[in-house]
Design a protein around this ligand. Structure first.
Ligand code: SF4
Length: 384
């Protein structure tokens, strides 16, 4: 099993009333105050002292103050591969969330240590599919007599345990860039897919890219007996979607799209496939974070774009393209609260500890889980 932080429920930040909300966070008085005016200098000094021994990865959804110290930025898969391509760096500081650091640990060499600056930086979507729940789901599929026809596919945004489960059952990991290719591969192998944990990416890819009907899809609810599905529904379905979603992208609605079109004539609506089906259907373009970045780079000056993804990234894109009108799709603020847990104080603490020869908040995946998770990740890399 991996480090037990994976099963922590997502709790509100700064609630104060629930001491357990800081479970897994071990900061014995070492965290510098956010008000310390010397934080930037401290981060620079610690990073310079570590030199080539540290490699700092910054996910696109991280704060500006953290991205400033990243050696490379990207989506979760790109970052894990970048870390694996740098075996000379014994320390990898992953500024992202827990499942990303796990994937980096799986893909990096044994001597490399992966650090997550704040262990409470989880992912609400990844937390929606636990190992026990997925094991139970598989038993339901076995009882319905269809498990032999089902190929499990898990989104990168899942715990190492779930990737391990999928690898053990002959499945594959996918990203939002290659979900179509992963599903093509899976349907060549079996007649049904169990798609974990993001129902929206699974549905959007199956229906909009592969021509399946909405009635080919059923939703398995882990909190209901039998997933809330009858044997007939399971037997008739081609796509069994796990009831999980991203709490950030799930907030965009059809109203957000209608509203921005009314306010900004000629606006192009560009969204991530983790958005709900009706939002993706109403948008002009849909694609992964990397696709969103490239689309805005290639857009003509003067064009207007309402972007449906995490706010830190949209703000940076707006700043990077002052000749284009880049705006957030929704009127309400929509940061990823767990991504935002990694801030400059946590980064300073990680870098200074490493410079002192202490590794704090290391993420380790046990060997057996890592072995099977790597099978599913390698299968993704081998996709045509
Ligand atoms: S943006 Fe969504 S999927 Fe990404 S880390 Fe945050 S909650 Fe998870």
């Amino acid at each position: 099993m991996t480090t037990p932080v994976r099963d922590l429920p997502l709790l509100l930040l700064g609630s104060g009333s629930d001491p357990a909300s800081e479970r897994g966070v071990d900061c014995p008085g070492e965290l510098p105050p956010a008000s310390d005016p010397g934080l930037v200098e401290r981060a620079r000094a610690a990073k310079a002292a570590l030199g080539e021994r540290v490699f700092v990865l910054g996910h696109h959804y991280q704060r500006d103050e953290v991205i400033e110290f990243a050696d490379v930025t990207g989506d979760s898969f790109k970052l894990a591969r970048e870390a694996a391509a740098r075996p000379e760096a014994p320390y990898v500081v992953f500024c992202g969330v827990h499942f990303m650091a796990e994937s980096a640990d799986i893909l990096t060499a044994d001597h490399q240590r992966v650090v997550l600056p704040d262990l409470a930086a989880g992912c609400s979507m990844a937390d929606m599919a636990t190992f026990d729940q997925v094991e139970e789901c598989w038993e339901v599929l076995e009882d319905a007599g269809i498990a032999g026809d089902v190929v499990p596919v898990t989104y990168m945004n899942s715990s190492a345990d779930i990737k391990g489960f999928v690898g053990r059952h002959g499945g594959v990991v996918c990203t939002s860039s290659n979900a179509r290719r992963a599903l093509d591969w899976a349907y060549a192998k079996g007649s049904k897919v169990l798609f974990l944990p993001d129902q929206h990416l699974g549905r959007n890819t199956a229906v909009l890219e592969m021509g399946l009907g909405l009635d080919d899809c059923v939703v398995y609810s882990p909190h209901r007996p039998g997933g809330g599905l009858g044997e007939r529904e399971l037997r008739d379905a081609r796509m069994i979607l796990w009831r999980g979603h991203c709490s950030v992208h799930g907030r965009f609605s059809l109203d957000s799209v209608d509203d921005v079109r009314a306010r900004v004539p000629g606006v192009n609506v560009l969204v991530h496939p983790e958005c709900r089906h009706e939002v993706v259907t109403a948008a002009d373009r849909v694609g992964s974070t990397e696709y969103i970045i490239k689309t805005l780079e290639a857009a003509p000056a003067g064009s207007a774009w309402a972007v449906g993804t995490e706010l830190n990234l949209v703000r940076r894109l707006a700043n990077a393209h002052p000749d284009k009108n880049v705006m957030f799709l929704d009127k309400t603020v929509c940061y990823c609260s767990t991504m935002n847990r990694i801030d400059l104080p946590h980064l300073v603490r990680s870098l200074e500890s490493l410079a002192d020869g202490r590794v704090v908040n290391q993420i380790r995946v046990d060997e057996e889980t890592a072995h099977y998770a790597r099978l599913a990740l390698d299968q993704m890399l081998a996709l045509p």
